[in-house]
Design a protein around this ligand. Structure first.
Ligand code: ACO
Length: 464
């Protein structure tokens, strides 16, 4: 049986087009600091009319295979997590098959998983379980998380973002699953959902979604701790993991979520809570669950207690989510990539606990362990290949007015047929796929900007 199954290689793509939160705040007439300090966000990426979740996934998958020299025949399972509906029947995975058909590999299991921001985690678990199972044929699994997170004008709009992430799954991984350490919480809630199939925008009950998220953090942490205690025969507290990585709709919620873990540790008298912290949290010891979610004083006190832990164990995970925004299914893994980017040289032997949340609702907390890894799958090479700094620095900032104009065009294009795009790929990096046309039968066609910046036609323009 395969050992140390987990993430062998990673790549990330986000659109080169973005809007600064400070500028958006002023444009929207929000009070100064609401998006930057209140939500904790710096910048937000978005797709223009030449990009979508399919083009972003084509870009990230071809980039990962190319950079690691992986023969497409070596992929035996491909799973996509996304909540961006392009077609109610045909999966995004089938579009990606175009990258494998050219080399004669059609023997690839897997389809799409969807439940809000959780689909990527479902896809990841499917791939890991496959490699650990009797059905495994010795080839790699590949997980793709891809979303364009856009909201209607209003308070939710600054919590958008866009990205696609590819995770190569196999045995002897530098980032291995501690498969037994998983705690889930799943329930029925109408906090965020997409019942209007004519619109890309969700219906969102913002306040309810915040409470559902925090309740899921608590429930998953309890189940996770119980599993740890069952298998490791000792209590778990935040001191037992080096890093905590959260699904990140916006940074403020991550700060509040991590503080809840410390409050949970306090309630069970865990070793992570020293005497001073105990005194600070003592007034809240007898609150009911509901009261504890409403109490601003508790929020303040637990964030104070959590601060030094947050700086060491969470802050290194926040770079890309703050810069790119909520990427729905890709959001948690963008936070994880930020950690690898920032700390790759010191991660060997350490543990990261991840929290995945999808509205509606589904949530899981799970654990990963790092080791150096062997070339080309060493942690330092993974960090180099992703070139996060370069990708962030080479972006083009749009004025808020131009961002809003783009959103209006995207509203018209969503679900539409019989149009050609501008095919303007001047802002895209070489190697990026882009949408060229949707024909009268809603069939979508893509091209790739080649390495010299010229257009490479035909490869994914099936039948054209
Ligand atoms: N300076 C500093 N802070 C400010 C300022 C200011 N000028 N103005 C407001 N704030 C603070 C507020 O006090 C608040 O902080 P708090 O959360 O600590 O109270 C924060 O900024 C946000 O302000 P609110 O008035 O609460 O924001 P609003 O209700 O308008 O919108 C929300 C926030 C609900 C998150 C909205 O953006 C939304 O609906 N987003 C989509 C849903 C979402 O992301 N949910 C999270 C989980 S589900 C998922 O992943 C999709």
């Amino acid at each position: 049986m395969a050992k140390n199954v987990g993430i062998v290689a990673i790549d990330i793509y986000f659109p080169p087009t973005c809007v600064q939160q400070e500028a958006l705040e002023a444009h929207d007439g929000a009070s100064k600091g609401k998006y930057t300090i209140g939500l904790g966000q710096d910048c937000m990426a978005f797709c223009t009319e030449v990009e979508d979740v399919i083009s972003m996934s084509l870009t990230v998958v071809s980039s990962l295979l190319e950079k690691y020299g992986i023969d497409p025949k070596q992929i035996g399972r491909l799973e996509v997590g996304s909540e961006t509906v392009i077609d109610k029947s045909k999966s995004i995975k089938t579009f990606l098959m175009q990258l494998f058909e050219t080399c004669g590999n059609s023997d690839i299991e897997g389809v799409d998983s969807s439940n809000a921001c959780y689909g990527g985690t479902a896809a990841l678990f499917n791939c890991v379980n496959w490699v650990e199972s009797n059905s495994w044929d010795g080839r790699y699994g590949l997980v793709v998380c891809t979303d364009s997170a856009v909201y209607a004008e209003g308070p939710a709009r600054p919590t958008g973002g866009a990205a696609a992430i590819a995770l190569l799954i196999g045995p002897d991984a530098p980032i291995a699953f501690e498969s037994k350490l998983r705690g889930s919480h799943m329930a029925h809630a109408y906090d965020f959902y997409k019942p209007n199939l004519a619109s890309e925008y969700p219906v969102v009950d913002g306040k309810l979604s915040q409470t559902c998220y925090l309740m899921a953090v608590d429930a998953c942490y309890k189940h996770f701790c119980q599993k740890y205690e069952k298998f490791e025969k000792q209590q778990f507290s935040v001191a037992d993991a080096d890093y905590f990585v959260f699904h990140s709709p916006y940074n403020k919620l991550v700060q509040k979520s991590f503080a809840r873990l410390l409050f949970n540790d306090f309630l069970k008298d865990a070793s992570s809570i020293d005497e001073t912290s105990k005194e600070k949290l003592a007034p809240f010891a007898n609150l009911t669950g509901d009261e504890s979610y409403q109490s601003r004083d508790l929020e303040k006190a637990s964030q104070q207690v959590a601060k030094p832990f947050y700086d060491a164990k969470v802050q290194p995970t926040t770079l890309i989510p703050k810069q790119v925004g909520n990427m729905y299914t890709a959001s948690l893994y963008a936070a994880f990539i930020s950690l690898v980017h920032n700390k790759h040289s010191s991660l060997a032997g350490q543990r990261a606990v991840l929290f995945s949340y999808g509205s509606g609702l589904t949530a899981t907390m799970f654990s990963l362990k790092f080791n150096e890894g062997k070339s080309p799958f060493s942690l330092s090479n993974i960090a180099t290949v992703m070139s996060v700094d370069k990708k962030l620095k080479s972006r083009h900032e749009f004025a808020p007015e131009k961002f809003v104009e783009t959103m209006h065009l995207m509203e018209k294009r969503y679900g539409a047929k019989d149009f050609v795009t501008s095919k303007d790929c001047s802002l895209l990096a070489p190697g990026t796929y882009y949408l060229t046309e949707v024909d009268t039968m809603y069939r979508r066609f893509y091209a790739k900007k080649d390495k010299d910046g010229a257009i490479e036609n035909g490869m994914v323009a099936n039948g054209h």
